[in-house]
Ligand binder design. Sequence first.
Ligand SMILES: NC(=O)c1ccc[n+]([C@@H]2O[C@H](COP(=O)([O-])OP(=O)(O)OC[C@H]3O[C@@H](n4cnc5c(N)ncnc54)[C@H](O)[C@@H]3O)[C@@H](O)[C@H]2O)c1
Length: 277
Amino acid sequence: MTAPIPVVVAGALGRMGAEVIRAVTGAADCTLVGAIDNTPGKEGVDVGLELGLEELTVAVTADFEGCLCAVSQSVRDAGKAAVLVDFTHPSVVYEHTRAAIAYGVHPVIGTTGLTPQQLQDLSVFSAKASIGGAVIPNFSVGMVLLQQAAAAAARFYDHAELTELHHNRKADAPSGTCIKTAELMEELGKSFNQAEVDEHESLEGSRGGRRDSGLRLHSLRLPGLVAHQEVMFGAPGETYTLRHDTIDRAAYMPGVLLTIRKVHSLEGLVYGLERLI
Ligand SMILES: NC(=O)c1ccc[n+]([C@@H]2O[C@H](COP(=O)([O-])OP(=O)(O)OC[C@H]3O[C@@H](n4cnc5c(N)ncnc54)[C@H](O)[C@@H]3O)[C@@H](O)[C@H]2O)c1
């Protein structure tokens, strides 16, 4: 029997991180070896007990680098590289990913907000260090299917607008997933939404954010929402709407586990779940 994959979860006490801890501890081929979170007052508590699970004998720590250093040392001795699953905050995700690569830990990044330049830099670091990693703006298989359908429909429609809807504690806008959908729709290099009138906004932002391609992105934030995306195409006499709704964070876990299982064999940094399924 092969040894289980050692997994460190950063953002362990957050909404996504907690779900990952449940998924990892429930997977026979994974073992939780680190739980990082900077929630005040939680340093040293057992992450399992804190999340209402059984005792996992993994203490929560806010010391990101210290944890990676200790884990990389212990698993190196055991001959297996660890995986970092990061669901923290856009403000720290770049440094976290860089540090993981530096410590020889494979990054599986769910935190959104990395800029194209940061992604490029991280790609170079991971290739130089020969550490496979994955940046996955959305771990939902259904969302990948929506994105593929949107990219196919973009060949036939010249007018399209994207709306992403999330809970009101999400820090970045538009969502990384929505940007990714737009990028896939733009791969043919065409322009969208040629204006038929001279538009003006009496309330700034009413028409959403406009990308160079002409695609417009709109972000809604409300309590009660989880993560939803709609792509609406228009043409004379018709509209065509694609919509995906995530109603529970459990929907992301098959994609997270699949990425944990594949990341050791990746070359460089892979962006997007569609490259893995
Ligand atoms: N890729 C996907 O499929 C997907 C799905 C949902 C959310 N997300 C993204 O994941 C991220 C987290 O989302 P969430 O809803 O779980 O947020 P959350 O606020 O519930 O959890 C984040 C956790 O990270 C911890 N944290 C923040 N900064 C930290 C730091 N510097 N060091 C250690 N811990 C730190 C916080 O204390 C918190 O417990 C966001 O960027 C969100 O957009 C991605």
